[in-house]
Design a protein around this ligand. Structure first.
Ligand code: HEC
Length: 135
């Protein structure tokens, strides 16, 4: 089964000490993405990167994920209220993408902030696939 090989890849990655997301989270997005789009054929780091830098004016001002998480996600982020954020990349901040509830809460809030809509399961999986490659 595909999801078990995904799990294996993630566990194997843990043994190698590479940056990780919660395996349950990616498995969940993969399952949802298949349900939402029968033609879904896997996550794409390239699409995830494009999503992160995509500028949107949906909320009346030009914004992207990079506006707060910065154009270099290995660097600390900053909100419009000048609150400092820990770097977005799990290679620098290992707790990133490990707490399913936190990840879901902020995907919901931030996708709405930037795009005025929810991000799809595919978009969330794409973004995580990309951010795991940022070393
Ligand atoms: C207006 C500022 C702002 C923008 C724009 C923004 N974020 Fe965030 N984001 C935050 C804050 C604040 C947090 C919570 C504090 C933290 O975790 O650093 C956060 C946390 C997150 C988390 C939780 C990650 C974890 O596990 O720690 C995810 C996922 C996330 N953001 C995704 C996105 C995505 C995707 C976009 C673009 C669509 C985006 N954010 C744009 C401010 C922003």
């Amino acid at each position: 089964m595909k999801s078990s090989s995904l799990l294996f890849a993630l566990l194997f990655g843990t043994l190698l000490g590479s940056a990780q997301a919660n395996p349950a989270l990616l498995a969940q997005y993969q399952q949802q993405a298949k349900q939402q789009n029968p033609a879904f054929s896997g996550f794409s780091a390239e699409r995830g990167k494009a999503l992160y830098y995509r500028e949107s004016t949906a909320s009346g001002k030009t914004m992207s994920c990079a506006s707060c998480h910065t154009s270099d996600p290995r660097k600390p982020g900053k909100t419009p209220a000048f609150r400092t954020l820990e770097p977005f990349a799990p290679s620098i901040t290992p707790a990133r993408f490990s707490d399913v509830k936190k990840v879901e809460k902020w995907f919901l809030r931030n996708c709405d902030d930037v795009f005025k809509r929810e991000c799809s399961a595919q978009e969330k999986g794409d973004l995580i696939s990309w951010i795991l490659t940022v070393k």
